[in-house]
Design a protein around this ligand. Structure first.
Ligand code: 5GP
Length: 120
């Protein structure tokens, strides 16, 4: 089972406005901000407003409406940034082997350059 949600994780603090961020998007379901250490010209982190540790937690426990709202928000941000035609990359890291550092579900939206293979 997924570990319990930690209310003191860094993205929870960003969501509560206790830590600063450069906000990119917000709606009922999702909040998005620029990654502090971007690896592409566009590197946005999109998080659900609900308390979910990971994709695993979210996909099992979130109501369908919340899942739909979050997925649509990610697509909307990409469209707002004019990334659809040129393309972009979504990454979600899950748990230790996945390289997840912050235990609040976040999708990395990367764009503005050609991405290399990530099959390594
Ligand atoms: P993960 O490895 O968990 O998928 O990704 C965590 C991401 O959060 C990293 O890309 C890292 O640069 C970013 N990050 C960590 N701390 C902060 C922060 O305080 N503010 C912002 N905007 N991004 C952060």
């Amino acid at each position: 089972p997924t570990a319990p949600y930690d209310d003191n994780n860094i993205f929870a603090k960003i969501l509560r406005g206790e830590l600063p961020c450069t906000k990119v998007y917000e709606d009922e379901w999702a909040f998005a901000f620029e990654d502090i250490a971007p690896v592409a010209p566009i590197h946005v982190l999109v998080v659900p407003k609900g308390k979910y540790v990971s994709w695993d937690d979210f996909s099992v426990n979130a109501p369908a409406e919340e899942i739909a709202g979050f997925v649509r928000a990610v697509g909307k941000i990409a469209r707002e940034k004019d990334l659809v035609e040129v393309g972009y990359r979504l990454i979600n890291n899950i748990g230790p082997n996945g390289g997840q550092l912050v235990p609040h579900l976040h999708v990395h939206l990367l764009g503005g350059r050609v991405m290399g293979s990530m099959l390594t």
